[in-house]
Design a binder for this molecule. Structure first.
Ligand code: HEM
Length: 545
């Protein structure tokens, strides 16, 4: 046998003696061969490696490490429905080396969203991604019970009193936007009967940030929106992408921009708080004001940087979710002129004045509009902005056999270290639960005996069980097939605000514009929050009253 060095020099001289084309072919074979070997090994491993009977079924995947990331990331609905057909309600898939166990359907949602935070933990799944954006000492950077207290503080700012004050402000902001935004030039010409067009997502994105800052965020933020604040927001937002979520340690170029923006924004809020404290607090109907008067159970008041970071959290949590929902609402209304007309007639019925005008609404009146409410509910059923809710698994957890089991005498166990994933989206469009589940039909919410009404009753306070997770009694709602705002201890606290904001924005648009689009675009799942794919341009015309 040759010594290793000799074998190597023999090999390299053989290689040198090959013709250029043969050398090229050999290099190509090695280059292509390595992944082929890796793929073959990975496939073989899945077929022959011994598995525990308690392991949930593993979704077959070709590419090592990458796993099912492409199928899941491109079209999670198709991916989940296909997997359910093959493996049942519970299965595990691989995404960039991480093992994620999915539990589908209302029982799956209940299992995950109703789980205790000591086993299914939100911080473990989200903090790497959210803390650089939101900041230290809040939300997923603190123990769960502290965050629950922080949610209680925010709820104080989301009071009915504040909402009553907001409705007129939101209406005014939308009107101003229509009067000045270049996409609404045709509207601005009062005599024109022409059709113009606007991009649904851009317009609703701008209207959402304008209205949220005028109301919840407060006048200092609103005053700075036209200046430095928008740039800071965009830079911060650039660090809130699926790439950041998947590869927290990867030195992405946008991370530096994100970190700089976070520092500046944190200081921006801290300065507002300082000024307000120095100037003596005048009564303001905004969140900063509410947070400045809150203390933890141990008597310690919220520190200024915590208030600042909670304000950033609320800005980020509310912006894309509401903007995307608003875009889908407006797109569906534009694609369904009969419903647009019915919404307009609802306005005339409730707010028409003898001189043929429409008077302003109060908060209570807005929330009692049956069709407007159904339109928002139905849009959230088909397009919940968050399609996957994740938790880190801190201890092995037995999956209830009523949800899924390998046999009568064995149970599945989600192992510690996995992530679990609930997808309310799937139960919201499941054809075995909802009639014509892929059809946007707001009237389904009017049938008091229908699935929709029952699902809603369980989700809200009507028949649902109430639980206090530390931020006031909320309906548990974990077993409802309708959960666009999540459920359990991490349930959204912005729900009522979102209904107010969306309802007022859409009402103001409906009162002033006729809208048209040929068809509603497909979903784009490549953004963190599901958005409509382009083209999503809506034609509009000034309504003649
Ligand atoms: C949580 C959806 C608007 C603040 C959530 C969750 C969902 C959701 C699904 C649960 C996440 C999880 O369990 O991991 C929505 C939708 C919105 C909306 C569909 C609009 C249509 C807002 C607004 C705010 C807000 C306007 C702020 C004013 C929050 C907060 C949480 C949350 C603070 C708590 C997170 C936790 O406890 O872990 N939201 N949201 N959201 N949302 Fe919203």
């Amino acid at each position: 046998s040759l010594p290793l060095s000799e074998a190597w020099s023999q090999l390299s001289s053989d290689f040198q003696n090959l013709s250029t084309s043969s050398r090229g072919l050999l290099a190509l074979a090695v280059f292509l061969g390595t992944p082929v070997v890796a793929i073959a090994f990975n496939v073989l491993w899945q077929l022959v490696a011994p598995r525990r009977r308690s392991d949930p079924p593993l979704v077959f995947y070709w590419l090592p490490f990458i796993g099912s990331a492409i199928a899941y990331g491109t079209d999670p609905i198709k991916f989940f429905f296909t997997c359910r057909e093959k493996y049942g309600e519970v299965f595990t898939f691989v995404m960039f080396g991480r093992r994620i166990t999915v539990a589908l359907g209302p029982r799956g949602n209940n299992f995950i969203l109703g789980g205790k935070s000591i086993v299914f933990n939100a911080e473990d799944a989200y903090s790497h991604f959210t803390t650089p954006v939101f900041g230290k000492d809040v939300v997923y950077d603190v123990p769960n019970d502290v965050f629950m207290e922080q949610k209680r503080f925010v709820k104080v700012g989301l009071s009915q009193d504040n909402f009553r004050a907001y409705i007129g402000m939101i209406e005014e902001e939308v009107e101003e936007f229509l009067k000045h935004d270049p996409s609404f030039a045709v509207y601005q010409d009062k005599d024109s009967n022409e059709w113009g067009s606007f991009d649904a997502a851009s317009a609703l994105g701008e209207i959402t940030i304008l209205t949220a800052s005028r109301t919840l965020q407060g006048k200092e933020v609103r005053a700075n929106l036209d200046k430095s604040f928008s740039k800071l927001y965009n830079d911060l937002d650039s660090g809130f992408t699926p790439l950041n979520f998947l590869f927290p340690k990867f030195p992405l170029p946008n991370n530096r921009r994100r970190d700089r923006a976070h520092k500046k924004m944190s200081k921006f809020y801290a300065d507002i708080i300082k000024k307000r404290r120095e100037g003596g607090s005048q009564h303001e109907y905004d969140m900063i004001e509410a947070l400045m008067h809150q203390s933890y159970r141990n008597g310690k008041p919220l520190r200024d940087h915590e208030i600042a970071h909670m304000m950033i959290t609320l800005l980020m949590a509310g912006q894309h979710t509401s903007a995307s929902t608003g875009s889908w609402v407006v797109l569906h209304i534009a694609a369904n002129p009969d419903i647009a007309e019915a919404l307009y007639q609802e306005q005339v019925k409730y707010f028409g004045t003898p001189d043929g005008k429409l008077r302003p609404m109060t908060y209570e009146e807005l929330r009692a509009l049956p069709l407007m409410d159904s339109v928002i509910r139905e849009t959230l059923r088909m397009h919940p902005p968050i399609h996957s809710i994740m938790r880190g698994v801190r201890n092995d957890v037995v999956i209830p056999p009523t949800l899924s089991a390998p046999s009568e005498d064995t149970t599945y166990v989600v192992p510690k270290g996995h992530w679990v994933l609930a997808s309310p989206l799937i139960s919201q469009i499941d054809p075995t639960v909802w009639r014509d589940s892929f059809k946007w039909d707001p009237y389904r919410w009017n049938d008091p005996e229908g699935v929709a009404a029952k699902a809603y009753a369980v989700y809200t306070d009507e028949t649902g069980e109430k639980v206090d997770y530390g931020f006031g009694a909320v309906s548990k709602g974990t077993e409802s097939p309708y959960q666009p705002f999540g459920a359990g201890r991490h349930r959204c606290i912005g729900e009522q605000f979102a209904y107010l904001q969306l309802g007022t924005i859409v009402t103001t648009l409906i009162r002033r514009l006729e809208l048209r689009i040929d068809s509603v675009p497909e979903h784009n799942y490549h953004t963190m929050i599901v958005t409509p794919k382009t083209p999503r341009s809506i034609s509009y015309r000034r309504r003649r009253i």
